[in-house]
Write a protein that binds this ligand. Structure first.
Ligand code: DGL
Length: 229
């Protein structure tokens, strides 16, 4: 256990809606002494079918809202918002930002058809395409989903109501060997996806990577709340 200077300012975390709650859970598990403020931008969701300018305006607005509440770091708990806006956020504000990225790199261990589910807005971003170029294998299939995040958002917290739609989404990929969840909403239905593949196929997401990055950043800024487990 490390001891460090105590900085009890909260950490801000936002998503277009409830998807980022899955990231919040990972962050709280790894940083149990930290305080968090979660913003769900439900009134403006979904982001995945919007233009880049719309999404950028939302990420600036939410970041300013969190900064005004005195946060010491912000987790952009949304693959879409990260891919569209994190570069500009880092240019504009001094506090550290952690983003979400589809776990393409860890999924390289799979030898066979790997399907990456993400929003249409993520799928067209240069940042995302560079990641695919760098780490994607010839087995990688990008499968943008125009409605899936909204279906999950509307079912929450009775996530099982989305089961039928999720199975319909996965049917064309029944022969996949692995799935990458490139949207934080999809992580909330991971158990349903596991059921579809009879718990045989690995499922990758970026949540653990993002929470570890947050922990590293807080340590490097000497900004943890007392101690790191
Ligand atoms: N949860 C968001 C993501 O990770 C997007 C959902 C939406 O379309 O608003 O991409």
């Amino acid at each position: 256990m490390d001891t460090a200077q105590k900085d009890n300012r909260p950490i801000g975390i936002f998503d277009s809606g409830i998807g980022g709650l899955s990231v919040l859970e990972s962050c709280r598990a790894i940083l149990p002494y930290e305080n968090f403020i979660y913003l769900a931008d439900n009134g403006f969701a979904p982001y995945g079918d919007k233009c880049d300018d719309y999404i950028r305006e939302r990420v600036f607005c939410l970041s300013e809202c969190l900064i005004a509440r005195g946060v010491k770091a912000i987790v952009v708990a949304c693959n879409t918002a990260t891919n569209v806006g994190i570069k500009m956020l880092r240019e504009r504000y001094k506090i550290p930002f952690v983003g979400l990225e589809p776990a393409i790199k860890p999924a390289r261990v799979v030898d066979g058809k790997t399907v990456l589910l993400c929003t249409p807005a993520t799928a067209r971003q240069e940042k995302f395409l560079q990641l695919v170029e760098r780490y994607g294998t010839e087995h990688l299939i990008i499968a943008p989903q125009p409605n899936l995040a909204t279906i999950i958002e509307n079912c929450y917290p009775n996530i099982d109501l989305a089961r039928c739609e999720i199975y319909k989404t996965l049917n064309p990929y029944a022969d996949a060997k692995a799935i990458i969840l490139g949207c934080t909403h999809y992580v909330l239905v991971k158990d349903i996806i596991l059921d579809f593949y009879n718990h045989k196929n690995p499922i990758f997401d970026g949540n653990e990577g993002a929470s570890k990055r947050l922990k590293e950043l807080l340590s490097s800024y000497n900004a943890t709340n007392g101690c790191i487990v």
